[in-house]
Design a protein around this ligand. Structure first.
Ligand SMILES: [Zn+2]
Ligand SMILES: [Zn+2]
Length: 146
């Protein structure tokens, strides 16, 4: 969504595009990944040193309500935010808590099989795979070698 469109969109929802909200969106757009509220706060503080965690958190909640930002919770205490995208799947590192999109895996092809097995009509799905990311696996090998 272009910046101008976004302003109109927010206005239509009775909200204004505050600098904070724009910064949060820009940050998520530029990072193109999944960040925790805390990580977003630290990034925003670099450009807006006086901003509080509460302000970032409240603005994130507004952006989630407007479906401009997605909030994910994968069963742990940590919530992850990313710029809104259609339904997709995730892989989570259990060592460093990094989350990435699971690309190229054809989960939708499992739908007919799931419907056959359960007699449900599948409407949506969200798969979360956990594992150890390449970076953390390298660290594990180093520790073992020492
Ligand atoms: Zn990791
Ligand atoms: Zn994602």
């Amino acid at each position: 969504m272009a910046k101008v469109d976004l302003q109109d969109f927010l206005k239509a929802n009775g909200l204004s595009m505050t600098t904070q909200r724009q910064l949060i969106l820009d940050e998520l757009e530029n990072y193109a990944g999944h960040l925790t509220a805390d990580q977003i706060f630290h990034r925003i503080r670099k450009v807006m040193p006086k901003i509080s965690f509460g302000t970032v958190y409240r603005n994130l909640a507004v952006l989630v309500d407007l479906e401009l930002v997605l909030k994910h919770n994968f069963g742990g205490d940590i919530s992850y935010y990313e710029k809104f995208k259609p339904v997709h799947h995730h892989i989570l590192c259990t060592e460093c808590s990094k989350v990435e999109d699971l690309k190229g895996v054809k989960i939708a092809e499992l739908e007919p099989e799931i419907e056959n097995l359960t007699s449900y009509k599948v409407s949506t799905h969200h798969l979360i795979v956990t594992g150890i990311c390449p970076k953390c696996r390298t660290k594990e090998v180093e520790i073992r070698v020492e």
